[in-house]
Ligand binder design. Structure first.
Ligand code: TYD
Ligand code: MG
Length: 438
């Protein structure tokens, strides 16, 4: 039987694979079809496992493999989303370098930077430039055709917003452009078995303006964040068709690129200043001790609430509950942040947010070597938190001695101070002092 190529959209038959159907103009719709008798029959498939999805290719970063669910899956499309300057291009180039070094062919399409700029970065990272195939990543057609004919293991695109489909109209980087280019690359990945890795910019307040519209089209979404001024970076797995959501890997941006690190204890300043409290958020299959910081500044104007790394709505809710519990915050600007700017949106961090705000408002430091765990409800009652075992293990690893929070989990080596209402976790704020090390 002869193998034919045909457009899945209009049925146009082709002798040679193309990124775009010459019949209807659709991108990524040309696929193999067996037959040749004219009256084409659709060959039905079964769901029997063919093992295809099981192949995982190590990326050279143990943490990234874990976040991906075991490694890169061939023919999958992964979005690496993050703010400008966070290190997406750096990570992409390091991944390409690792895979190339493992003997897998990679094609890097950059519309963000010129070949000379990428080459300079490669030199800085100690990547052998001749191992990486490069094309400009501005024209969708060029990228799809180049990848379609060279069939690399990985096509890395930096960024999806810099790519342009002349037929999709609208502004470059706009939703219609981003959708159209993504659809084309998804079609390419599936038709040619190429793993595609796209970077996508998100805006400062975490809004995935462009990329959000393409999240459903890709197989895996990875979010890269941290405070660009600090070296610490966190890679979190979001949607993942091949693995668990929420797994996390930690990196430090060094002079020679991104290096994987163990974050235990790194996210605590431990300086005993008022306005800081330790939370124990879950991060993937583990938990981590992270300092939450708050600042309360009286104002005559409209009161602002501003957060970095924290969930803005939960922050406001906790502030309102505290206000009702007698810690006056209403006429003040409130600022909240997580140490290193790492994203902390676990509701069980509410109690630490409350403690940091209460400490900032009263000027009394939270007791040292103490952590706070629990979700605060509108009434001020503190709900229990899942994964107490992991949280307490993280507390022990970071040298914490006592934990305000609901009971549960192995508390050995820790003093648990049971909390029912948010007030129960703030007794130190009126007294001062606490578990100061002797
Ligand atoms: P970049 O990867 O360009 O970020 P993005 O693609 O997300 O916009 O890198 C961001 C910053 O990282 C840049 O300001 C310079 C810095 N950097 C280092 O500190 N060390 C390095 O080795 C490299 C390559 C970059
Ligand atoms: Mg970049």
């Amino acid at each position: 039987m002869r193998t034919l190529l045909a457009c899945t959209s209009c049925g146009q038959q082709l002798a040679q694979w193309a990124g775009r159907c010459p019949g209807c103009g659709a991108w990524g719709t040309i696929q193999e079809r067996s037959g040749g008798t004219g009256a084409s029959k659709v060959a039905l498939q079964t769901l029997e496992h063919d093992g295809g999805v099981e192949r995982r290719v190590p990326t050279g970063f143990a943490g990234i493999d874990r976040v991906l669910g075991g490694g890169l899956v061939p023919a999958s499309v992964t979005l690496l989303a993050g703010e400008p300057g966070i290190g997406k291009s750096t990570l992409l180039l390091q991944l390409v370098a690792n895979l190339s070094a493992a003997g897998l062919s990679c094609l890097l399409a950059s519309g963000e930077e010129s070949r000379a700029q990428v080459a300079a970065r490669a030199r800085r990272l100690g990547v052998a430039g001749d191992a990486v195939a490069f094309i400009s990543g501005r024209e969708l057609g060029t990228v799809v055709d180049a990848a379609g004919s060279s069939e690399p293991f990985l096509l890395a695109v930096d960024s999806i917003q810099a790519l342009r489909d002349p037929d999709a109209g609208q502004v470059p980087g706009g939703p219609a452009q981003v959708r159209s280019c993504t659809d084309a690359l998804v079609g390419l990945a599936k038709a040619k078995g190429i793993a595609v890795l796209l970077t996508g910019h998100v805006t400062k307040d975490g809004d995935l303006a462009g990329p959000r519209t393409l999240e459903h089209a890709v197989d895996v979404v990875l979010t890269f964040d941290g405070d660009p001024r600090s070296g610490l970076r966190m890679l979190t797995g979001g949607k993942n068709r091949f693995g668990a959501e929420g797994e996390v890997a930690w990196f430090e941006m060094t002079g020679a690129g991104l290096a994987e690190i163990d974050p235990t204890g790194l996210l605590l300043s431990g300086d005993g200043e008022p306005g800081a409290a330790t939370a124990l958020p879950q991060a993937g299959r583990r938990a981590l001790a992270v300092e939450i910081q708050a600042l309360v500044a009286p104002t005559d104007g409209p009161a602002r609430r501003q957060v970095t790394g924290l969930d803005g709505r939960r922050f406001q809710l906790v502030a309102a509950v505290l206000d009702r519990a007698g810690i006056r915050l209403g006429r003040s600007d409130l600022f909240g942040a997580s140490c290193g700017g790492v994203r902390v949106d676990d509701p069980a961090c509410d109690l630490a947010v409350a403690a940091a705000l209460a400490s900032a408002a009263t000027g009394v430091p939270t007791p040292s070597w103490t952590a706070f765990v629990g979700e605060v409800g509108l009434t001020g009652l503190v709900r229990s938190a899942p994964g107490m075992g992991q949280r307490l293990a993280a507390a022990r690893a970071a040298g914490i001695r006592s934990v305000y929070g609901p009971s549960g989990g192995d508390a050995s080596g820790l003093r648990i101070r049971p909390v029912r209402h948010v007030r129960d976790a703030l007794t130190w704020a009126s007294r001062g002092g606490g578990d100061r090390p002797t």
